[in-house]
Design a protein around this ligand. Structure first.
Ligand code: AMP
Length: 555
């Protein structure tokens, strides 16, 4: 397929923000895509080159792209950088700079989808000496073949900044529409295989019947079952009767896939993190007594193998992000994994088994060590006993407890109420917005990421405490932009400074110490609860309150 065919679809998608319209554009397109190219198209349409679970990743920064644009357009790197600053988008800058080149080129080879994929795939295998130059030359080659409009999207693809707003849901709907299959079967097949390209291919070739046969396999992460919130232990027992209570460890959810000696680790977002945790890979190889298995657990950074006290999430996050000098990280930030579920064993899908049976089988096939262990669990309908367990969980520094229905099967990708989380309620904060960043792509005209601050009543200064950019609907982005537009005092690139006027109520997962922000603290996962039009900057929460909350929670 010519790359320009895909570009026309990108351009159509860019014109709309309607979910339905997007799904129908994608569906029409999928109907025209030859089956061999479906898996690539399914990724490219969302701005991805490789599936999340693939070990391959591009990791190309702006710098290399700027060099490639400069090579091909003849503009200096400084000119390219200026253009990026003016347009706020490296893709647009490339398009503009390449227009001149296009006028002077008499003919060029047509760029195909296959060629774009091939060059991007090659980028992933380059390491070591001379690899940067090679990477630049592969990118330059693509840009040299590209029409200016194609260059815009190639650059956005490489930088993983396509942002057309085509989410996974839209693509799933489009697959169902295009191949006239049951959307529920698409959903189910995807939640078991996490491979939308393969699901699309099966939908096209084998229809509903083929989709029904899709099942779990090692090496393809499953979409995990999610927990709901419940107010307290009593309610959980009221719902389930005899309930499995487990420690709620505060770390990262990991699925371990074992097939003979081959072990892969995936996060909840289906990212492959096998390389980052060699000690878990080794433990899984040695201590899972099954030829094939998919097991879930919570990975936690701990003080030491002897003192298993949990360390802050940011330590674990450092390990997840780190792709080099792994052995040093293994030493400096030890981890443990607390295993809590089993969804596949000896080539059999166990998601339809009851939790009680899954846990029993898990216990049977695991040899526990200090750091490769089963999640602590009690089974009871006695309120006192359960509350003691909960208190103990908090005393040990864990987040709370999980309450699980012993009779429930495993429902991939859903929040069905088979397990509940119980943890102390986190108080929200009223914060001032001090700055923001203009969005990209479809969101270019909206402020998209907001710098939050608390009040220091001693000095009347506002001290930054984090950035919030997720959890907004399109409507809320628009509303925030309209509210804040009049408060802009300065703009540098895409960053704007704002008069401290607008107050937002913000929820978050945790408060952490942080040198990044002026307050000395950072909010983990801040999200908008509501815009407090009833409050002014003087009503913002103070640094003192942040410290109180932190003490209260830590106590
Ligand atoms: P939350 O992220 O607040 O929705 O809480 C659910 C998460 O708690 C799960 O996705 C797991 O990552 C984590 N978790 C920690 N301990 C357990 C456990 N024993 N069973 C299930 N999930 C757990």
């Amino acid at each position: 397929m010519d790359f320009s065919t895909l570009i026309r679809v990108y351009q159509e998608l860019e014109k709309t923000s309607s979910r339905l319209e997007m799904a129908s554009i994608v569906s029409d397109f999928l109907n025209r895509v030859p089956e061999g190219e479906l898996p690539i198209i399914i990724l490219f349409i969302r701005g991805r080159i490789f599936p999340a679970w693939s070990e391959k990743e591009l990791g190309i920064g702006n710098k290399l792209v700027i060099k490639a644009i400069s090579n091909i357009s003849g503009a200096t790197e400084a000119t390219v950088e200026n253009r990026i600053r003016e347009t706020g988008d490296t893709g647009l800058a490339a398009e503009k700079l390449l227009v001149r080149k296009a006028q002077t080129t008499l003919f060029s080879e047509k760029l195909t989808l296959g060629k774009v994929y091939e060059n991007l795939d090659r980028l992933t295998s380059l390491t070591g000496k001379g690899s940067q130059e090679k990477k630049i030359s592969y990118i330059s080659e693509l840009l040299s073949f590209a029409e200016p409009a194609e260059a815009r999207y190639i650059v956005r693809l490489i930088l993983e900044e396509l942002r057309l707003g085509v989410g996974e849901g839209i693509v799933k709907d489009a697959v169902a529409q295009a191949f006239k299959v049951d959307p529920k079967l698409v959903e189910k097949a995807y939640s078991l295989s996490s491979d939308l390209g393969e699901v699309a291919r099966i939908a096209k070739l084998e229809g509903d019947e083929g989709l029904r046969k899709v099942t779990l396999k090692t090496g393809r992460p499953i979409e995990v079952m999610l927990a709901q919130k419940i107010a307290n232990i009593e309610e959980a027992i009221g719902k389930f009767g005899k309930t499995a209570f487990e420690m709620k460890y505060d770390g990262a959810r990991i699925q371990i896939h074992k097939e003979d000696d081959r072990v892969e680790l995936y996060t909840r977002r289906l990212e492959n993190v096998t390389k980052q945790f060699p000690e878990i890979v080794k433990a899984a190889r040695e201590n899972i007594k099954a030829k094939s298995a998919i097991i879930e657990g919570e990975l936690v950074a701990i003080k030491s193998k002897k003192d298993r006290h949990p360390r802050p999430f940011q330590d674990l996050s450092r390990r997840i992000k780190r792709k080099y000098d792994i052995s040093e990280m293994v030493k400096n930030i030890p981890v443990e994994i607390n295993l809590f579920d089993l969804v596949f064993c000896e080539n059999e899908n166990k998601t339809n088994d009851e939790f009680k049976d899954r846990r029993e089988l898990l216990e049977k096939i695991i040899v526990e060590t200090d750091t490769f262990r089963l999640a602590d669990q009690i089974i009871t309908d006695n309120l006192k006993e359960a509350e003691k367990f909960y208190k103990n969980a908090l005393d040990l520094g864990h987040e709370g407890v999980m309450a699980k229905n012993l009779k429930a099967h495993y429902q991939p990708g859903s929040r069905v109420g088979y397990m509940y989380k119980i943890k102390p309620v986190m108080e929200t904060l009223d914060l001032v917005i001090m700055g923001a960043t203009w969005g990209e792509g479809r969101r270019a005209h909206w402020l998209a990421s907001f710098l939050l601050a608390v009040l220091d009543p001693d000095t009347d200064e506002f001290l930054t405490i984090g950035r919030m950019g997720t959890g907004f609907t399109d409507e809320e982005f628009k509303e925030m932009t309209e509210l804040l537009r009049g408060e802009i005092t300065e703009q540098i690139g895409k960053e704007v400074k704002l008069k401290p006027k607008v107050i937002v109520e913000v929820a978050y997962e945790e408060i952490q110490k942080s040198p990044t922000y002026a307050s000395g603290y950072a909010l983990r996962f801040p999200r908008l609860v509501r815009i407090r039009t009833d409050k002014g900057p003087d009503d913002a929460d103070t640094l003192h309150r942040v410290e109180e909350i932190l003490k209260g929670v830590a106590a």
